[in-house]
Design a protein around this ligand. Structure first.
Ligand SMILES: NC(=O)c1ccc[n+]([C@@H]2O[C@H](COP(=O)([O-])OP(=O)(O)OC[C@H]3O[C@@H](n4cnc5c(N)ncnc54)[C@H](OP(=O)(O)O)[C@@H]3O)[C@@H](O)[C@H]2O)c1
Length: 254
């Protein structure tokens, strides 16, 4: 029987592939047969991810996604080397615990550039005619968070960017469906990765226990999220677009 979750011969771009969930996504995409383009700023850590991947023909792209300068040419180059693109996992992102009164224009700008502009700009370039696989279709996955749906103290900046992605994905899904491009969002609960390892709710034992209890199934693992990405990238999800997949161990069920 054909495996509907296979990514055999698909070209998938994974941003944030140097760490945490993005690294896991890149590894799991390779295990499912994809040719993967690994994107983040730190080339050495991208190589560490590459070393854990299966198959050949993957590509490393050291890029700061907070700026769109030169992105058009970069994506053209990727297509010429790898072939037309079948999927993008926009996993790159930043987080912080910042009280409202401490927020500056500069920080807001950096958060929106890294978490929102990066995903929109990359999606724009990938979905230009000639860059994506119009016959097989293309699947775009945005990374939001449960913080885009519910609140916590000191998460205003982060929540604002994640809520923006959830809203943007729906309009993008409407616009691109005619081109066989699907756009969906994954909204994880807390997963222990470098993004939050030093933040108080993970580093402080009491706060961590509180956080664990809010997740009915405990904290998640990177693979819990990458499995959802595999589904969304695969033909098993060919009738799924404009949706937000909340994968949070029951956090929002309470
Ligand atoms: N972990 C969680 O609990 C959790 C929960 C909900 C949502 N999320 C979301 O899941 C995604 C991945 O998070 P994670 O936990 O895996 O975090 P992580 O381990 O800190 O990884 C973040 C990744 O983003 C890349 N990145 C950051 N800024 C970038 C930039 N300007 N240009 C290119 N790449 C950049 C980093 O690579 P370089 O430093 O090499 O550039 C790194 O690979 C994020 O969007 C996050 O908001 C995480």
């Amino acid at each position: 029987m054909n495996n509907p979750f296979s990514l055999e011969s698909k070209v998938i771009i994974v941003t944030g592939a140097s760490s945490g969930i993005g690294a896991q996504c890149a590894i799991d995409c390779s295990k499912m047969g994809a040719k993967v383009v690994l994107v983040a700023r730190n080339e050495e850590r991208l190589r560490q991810t590459l070393n854990q991947m299966e198959g050949d023909g993957h590509m490393i792209l050291a890029l700061d996604l907070s700026s769109s300068d030169g992105l058009k040419e970069v994506i053209k180059d990727v297509v010429s080397k790898m072939g037309k693109i079948n999927g993008v996992v926009n996993c790159a992102g930043m987080s912080s615990v910042t009280p409202l009164k401490m927020i500056t224009d500069g920080q807001l700008d950096q958060f929106f550039r890294t978490n929102v502009y990066s995903a929109i700009n990359l999606s724009k370039e990938v979905t230009r005619v000639g860059n994506f696989d119009k016959e097989a279709g293309c699947s775009i996955v945005f990374f939001a968070s449960i913080m885009g749906l519910v609140g916590e103290k000191c998460k205003t900046m982060y929540s604002a960017t994640k809520g923006a992605l959830i809203a943007a994905s729906r309009s993008m899904a409407c616009e691109l469906a005619k081109n066989k491009v699907r756009v969906n969002v994954v909204s994880p609960g807390a997963i222990e990765t470098p993004i939050n390892a030093r933040l108080p709710h993970m580093a402080d034992a009491e706060l961590r226990k509180e956080l664990e209890e809010k997740h009915l199934l405990g904290l998640g693992e990177c693979a819990d999220i990458s499995n959802a990405c595999i589904y969304l990238l695969s033909d098993a999800a060919k009738w799924v677009t404009g949706q937000n997949f909340i994968i949070d161990g029951g956090y929002t069920a309470r």
